[in-house]
Design a protein. Structure first.
Length: 89
């Protein structure tokens, strides 16, 4: 009888462990999908500098608050330095 109880407890613990791993993976995937919606790296105002990430909304840059940013402008060139050279010519 003790062997049966131990076996049932072991299988129950294993099922609970795999269920929690599955829930963690599913939650992680949904979080990654949400983070990939952040448009900052494709914005004209994104500086790619850790001191000032965005010139318009620096506090919400690269956070979930930036999803649906009203000031988003698609980047027109590869970098800000390229734009400065183009304006001088």
């Amino acid at each position: 009888m003790t062997v049966v109880i131990c076996c049932v407890c072991t299988w129950t613990l294993m099922l609970l462990f795999f269920w929690s791993v599955w829930l963690g993976i599913r939650e992680g995937i949904s979080q990654l999908r949400r983070l990939h919606q952040i448009p900052c790296s494709e914005c004209e105002f994104f500086t790619n500098d850790y001191r000032l990430k965005c010139t318009v909304r620096p506090m919400s840059a690269c956070t979930e608050e930036a999803i649906g940013c009203a000031d988003f402008e698609p980047r027109t060139s590869a970098c800000n330095a390229c734009q400065q050279r183009c304006y001088k010519n």
